[in-house]
Design a protein. Structure first.
Lengths: 337, 329, 477
């Protein structure tokens, strides 16, 4: 086991896989940095430092800096994949999914289906997402709800360095297209990482971060960390919570969620996206449909309001879920009846 | 370069096959038997064939919504295509794609595409893949090619793709078929660079060519040069604009109210690439009418067989809806 | 007679304010004779037949059998000798006014003529207490609040713009939760070499099971909860015995709403238990001599007096000597009676009833036995009248026949005391000479209303009672 940051876990895994399989290529804006400048290549190695050293190791054919043109980046990832490569494309901020949407939604997600199963598109699209740095409305969004709802792609959202490692390796080796959502706020998080060069975490397998008999908290991404904090606080009062880190929104580990709710009877869903047509409402509906008889209280959702992400520090704080808001929601379910 | 008899016959057969395929669809669609949208390629055959005759299976093409011609020219199975348009389980895409999404990956045909302009970025990616693979024994790169029209040349995706191809020196060819209409709007209105698409590509930094798309030989000869250029490692992408015509509407069912008086008759009379080819080869005594008539009959028969096969093809079952969303889930 | 006669809800006993027609024995158009049973009327205390006091014809039945409560004096039916026209009858009904100062006059309602046989009526809408409010509230929420009498001023609306929703009202009805948290568990480490759902892993750990080698039937071949549960061993029965698995079926209750009698009993006993300061005095008495006397008296007098009849006699005698226990409490007044009207608790099909043995202190034991027999039979036939049950200055409740050793009874207001009598049991006692012998002993508990009867008074009464039981010849002094 090695102690790595989330950022390095992603970086190292991609690096190892590029060494292992020459078909793996990386493309995106500033994945190298410095192309066409006096300072020369690798001025940055990715603005999130997730591709540092790649250019030196693998050269310009396999580490491709692109101009700012998300449609082209996303489309080229699709074309590279159809032509037999295993591209990892970085969309610098998940918010930029807007300018690349057609190539993901209508092309990459649908090739296999439209072509009757005759094509393989093993592309990985990495998208740093989420709020916490006061980057405001166009650089802070959670987009899980949009991509989860697209049939044909898989959606992954690791929370720990170990998950980032295992899920990234799985994503690269998976022959289906994968959207890999990295939460910006987690890049510096350190944790133990399995060093096995074949360590993969299968998709659709949730992680139980905390265990308890009273309430089920379901979360993804950064929200898992808040849920863990809330659960630890509640444990001081003797309240035990199952904290389920779903890890992948598509495919979803329904069983883990429903099994837990069948025991606790109470569910709190935490999501960083606004509530309409979101992952939170999706999971609430799942629980209401399939674990209705077990419910002892209405399902609670802890989400931001139906607004864009605001700028000022206190506004962003008020916007986002927090351990306190999660704990309050847990108590609300316990107070019901 | 002269093409021999066999090559000429083959080229003519390809064009004729496309023509008969599309003309037959035009008839069949009126009965309502075929579902969805269909966009016919009649009039542009010389471009598809003139280009694709040069290509190998390692060369990839990405097509448009008007993709039957490109598909056939790239070597896709006629029966398989007709069955796909009929929605049969035995179609090239198991009835999952239909006219706008026909593909045959093994033959290097990366799909017709229902989104205008979407093909260009995909082609750049495929070209990058060929670049990564490097040149073959004779030092030549395999290429990728995006067919676009005078409509797609306005899409942001096309611009982004062209720029990306240039800066990465991707061996990608942007083939613009200017048939003067993007849906119901004329090129004089829609394209700001006054009926000159190639100059846009040039402005993005690539070498461009232009030719008359109704003349098979003009297309074929021009494209040879383009291909030679792009196959050479280090040259990067190129674009070529072919001036051509489409004889039918944007889609089948289009009332074509944008056409001028007698325009369609004139096009059929003066800008029909098949007629022009026939005149050319018979005039130069390369082939005679009897040879060409025989090809006409063969092509007609092939299409007749294809339609029969399509009608008899297995229908998909409701559970097939769930097939092939993922490889594993 | 040649006039139209109103048949109204009769008043039985001073307490009766309303009754219900349980059933009609006659229908419109029937002629009846004096003494013929017209209908059954049910009140809070009894159900009784109403006999015709004259010959007549039923012209109109206003209130059908099984319809709601009618106040005393309300018009139930119209009789005449048959000569009046329908119009005259209608005019009579329309013009009818309940008796001056009567209860029905206070609760006058206009009634349409109803046929005697009433088809099954649809479930009546629950009585609603109207809520007048400007607050935004959904129609369903308002209806529920009105039906259940919920005070919406205490509810914070969770709907749009503070609107009160149905769910808000239901929460208010339910009151606060009392969920006690059950606490934290340990997280089982997730070994990806053997892929199992988080809960499956937890269950396996709980039962000390290993997951390796297990085939999973969950998604993507994962081991799921069901796979692990299949492994959890059944507790094995002793060898040779096969215990069939018990499968619980439905345990659906039969719902029996309080009938009129039970409603009253419930209300009165609750009131007694809550409001009267009950004080309990316990005593046991040797009953051998009483048993002997009972046997011989039954032979001599030719009666069949029960042990309880003797207890009643003993109590009545003691009460006559201790009038401060033979009391009724009315408000701030103690009514001290010279004679003991002893209520005996009898189980009847209608529930517990308490007919009164009047002036039992003056009765001979055979008279008491006859009277109690008469009252018990009447009670068991459901035919006790108001007179049978009105009043009473003291109650005796005996559960000895069930083997109950002793118990504490609840006072029947307005009485001041009640004696609870247990079974006669053979018990060892120390005799005067120090030897142990067996005696028949009876335990009793006297419950007194401490507002009116002090401990000393009660104790003295019990002392007398004990003396009479142990030396029953004292009852004939």
């Amino acid at each position: 086991m090695a102690k790595l940051t989330y950022r390095d876990a992603i970086r190292n895994t991609m690096f190892q896989e590029m060494q292992r399989d020459e078909r793996v290529v990386v493309l995106g804006e500033d994945v190298v940095g410095g192309m066409g400048t006096a300072g020369g290549p690798e001025a940055i190695g990715g603005i999130w430092s997730t591709t540092t050293g790649f250019y030196d190791a693998f050269g310009p054919n396999r580490v491709i800096d692109t101009p700012i043109s998300e449609s082209a980046i996303m489309g080229a990832a699709g074309g590279l994949a159809l032509a037999g490569k295993r591209p990892i494309a970085e969309i610098m901020f998940a918010d930029f999914i807007g300018v690349s949407m057609d190539q993901l939604w209508n092309q990459i997600a649908k090739f296999r289906y439209m072509f009757g199963g005759k094509s393989v598109c093993p592309a990985v699209i990495r998208m740093p997402c989420g709020a916490g740095y006061n980057a405001a409305a166009q650089h802070s969004q959670m987009i899980s709800q949009f991509v989860t709802g697209m049939p044909g792609i898989k959606v992954v959202m690791p929370t720990t360095p170990e998950d980032a490692c295992g899920l990234m390796r799985q994503a690269i080796r998976d022959d289906d297209p994968v959207v890999f959502l990295e939460h910006k706020f987690l890049y510096g998080l350190t944790g133990e990482v399995n060093e096995d060069p074949d360590f993969c975490i299968p998709f659709g397998h949730a992680r139980l971060a905390r265990a308890g008999k009273d309430v089920t908290i379901v979360a993804s991404g950064m929200m898992v960390r808040y849920a863990e904090t809330a659960a630890d606080d509640l444990a001081q009062d003797g309240i035990g919570c199952d904290v389920i880190d779903i890890r992948t929104t598509s495919p979803l580990d329904e069983e883990a969620i429903l099994d837990s709710v069948e025991v606790t009877g109470r569910a709190v869903i935490v999501d960083e996206a606004p509530p309409r047509c979101s992952l939170a409402t999706d999971l609430s509906s799942l629980i209401a449909q399939k674990a209705f008889a077990s419910l002892k209280a209405p399902i609670e959702m802890v989400t931001p309001p139906h607004t864009p992400v605001p700028f000022a520090r206190e506004l962003e704080s008020a916007y986002l879920p927090s351990p306190a808001k999660i704990a309050a929601a847990v108590r609300k379910t316990l107070d019901y009846r | 370069m002269q093409l021999n008899r066999e090559a000429l016959t083959r080229a003519y057969r390809q064009m004729k096959l496309i023509r008969e395929f599309e003309e037959r669809l035009h008839e069949e669609i009126q009965t309502g038997e075929i579902a969805g949208f269909t966009h016919l390629y009649c009039g542009q055959e010389a471009v598809a064939v003139g280009v694709c005759e040069h290509l190998t299976e390692r060369d990839k093409i990405v097509s448009t919504h008007r993709g039957h011609g490109h598909c056939l020219a790239k070597g896709c199975d006629v029966d398989g295509m007709m069955k796909e348009i009929w929605g049969s389980q035995d179609g090239l895409c198991n009835g999952k794609g239909g006219s706008m999404h026909i593909a045959d990956i093994d033959k290097g045909m990366l799909g017709a595409n229902g989104i205008v302009g979407a093909g260009a970025p995909i082609a750049v990616g495929a070209a990058l893949s060929n670049k990564i693979d490097g040149p073959d024994e004779d030092g030549k790169l395999a290429i990728a090619l995006a067919f676009s029209g005078d409509g797609a040349c306005n899409q942001g995706t096309t611009f982004e793709a062209m720029n990306l191809a240039v800066v990465t020196k991707a061996p990608c060819i942007f083939v613009f078929e200017n048939n003067h209409y993007s849906e119901h709007t004329g090129v004089d209105y829609a394209v700001g660079t006054v009926q000159d698409i190639a100059s846009r590509a040039e402005a993005f930094g690539m070498k461009v060519w232009r030719a008359d798309g109704t003349d098979f030989f003009a297309v074929h000869d021009t494209f040879r040069e383009v291909l030679e250029y792009v196959r050479t490692p280090g040259n990067g992408p190129a674009a070529v604009e072919f001036d051509t015509e489409r004889f039918f509407g944007h889609f089948e069912g289009d009332p074509q109210r944008y056409r001028g008086e007698g325009e369609l008759d004139r096009l059929r009379a003066e800008r029909d690439c098949l007629k022009i080819f026939r005149a050319s080869v018979t005039g130069a005594a390369l082939l005679d009418d009897a040879d060409l008539d025989k090809v006409d009959a063969d092509a007609l028969q092939a299409i007749e067989d294809a339609v029969k096969a399509a009608r008899a093809g297995a229908r998909p079952q409701p559970e097939n809806v769930l097939d092939n969303v993922y490889i594993s889930y | 007679m040649s006039r139209i006669r109103a048949f109204t809800m009769p008043k039985w006993g001073i307490e009766m304010t309303e009754g219900t027609i349980a059933d009609w024995m006659v229908k419109e158009g029937d002629s009846f004779k004096r003494g013929q049973t017209l209908c059954l009327i049910e009140t809070a205390k009894i159900t009784n037949e109403v006999e015709a006091e004259y010959d007549a014809t039923v012209r109109r039945i206003i209130v059908g059998g099984g319809a709601g409560e009618e106040p005393v004096g309300a018009l139930l039916a119209v009789f005449d000798e048959g000569s009046h026209s329908d119009d005259e009858i209608e005019a009579f009904v329309a013009g009818f006014k309940p008796a001056e100062g009567g209860i029905a006059q206070g609760a006058e309602k206009a009634k349409a003529a109803e046929p005697a046989a009433v088809a099954a009526a649809p479930a009546p809408e629950k009585q609603r207490v109207k809520i007048d409010t400007n607050r935004p509230i959904s129609p369903e929420a308002l209806r529920l609040a009105e039906e259940e009498g919920v005070d919406i001023s205490g509810i914070e609306g969770s709907g749009r713009g503070g609107r009160i929703t149905h769910q808000d009202v239901i929460k208010a009805l339910r009151g606060p939760s009392s969920a006690a948290p059950q606490g934290v568990l340990a997280v089982e480490p997730d070994d990806l070499r053997v892929l199992a759902s988080p809960l499956a892993r937890r269950i396996a750990a709980l039962h000390g099971l290993s997951l390796s080698g297990l085939t999973g039937t969950g998604p993507r071949g994962r081991i799921s909860k069901a796979d692990v549960l299949a492994l959890v061993p059944e507790t094995k029965a002793a060898a040779g015995f096969g215990t069939p698995e018990f499968v619980a079926g439905e345990n659906r209750p039969e719902v029996v709403p309080f009938d009129r009698v039970r409603k009253v009993v419930a209300q009165r006993l609750t009131q007694a238990k809550q409001e009267l300061p009950h004080f309990y005095l316990r005593m046991s008495a040797s009953a051998d001599k009483l048993m002997e006397m009972r046997k011989s008296a039954n032979v001599v007098l030719g009666c069949k007096a029960s042990v309880n009849d003797w207890i009643v006699k003993a109590c009545a005698t003691a009460l006559a000597r201790h009038p401060d226990v033979n009391v009724q409490v009315h408000g701030q007044e103690i009514h001290r009676f010279p004679h003991a009207d002893v209520s005996i608790a009898v189980a009847s099909p209608k529930g517990l009833v308490t007919p009164v043995v009047r002036q039992a202190n003056l009765m001979r034991i055979d008279q008491i036995a006859a009277e109690t027999r008469r009252l018990i039979e009447k009670a068991q036939a459901g035919k006790l009248s108001m007179d049978d049950m009105d009043g009473g200055t003291f109650s005796v409740s005996n559960l000895g026949m069930f083997g109950i050793e002793n118990f504490d009874a609840i006072i029947n207001p307005p009485q001041g005391a009640i004696l609870a009598v247990g079974a006669a049991l053979r018990q060892p006692v120390e005799k005067d000479d120090g030897a142990i012998a067996f005696e028949t002993r009876i335990s009793v508990t006297l419950s007194v209303d401490h507002r009116a009867i002090d401990g000393a008074a009660g104790a003295q009464f019990l002392q007398t009672l004990k003396g009479l039981i142990e030396a029953p010849e004292g009852m004939f002094a």
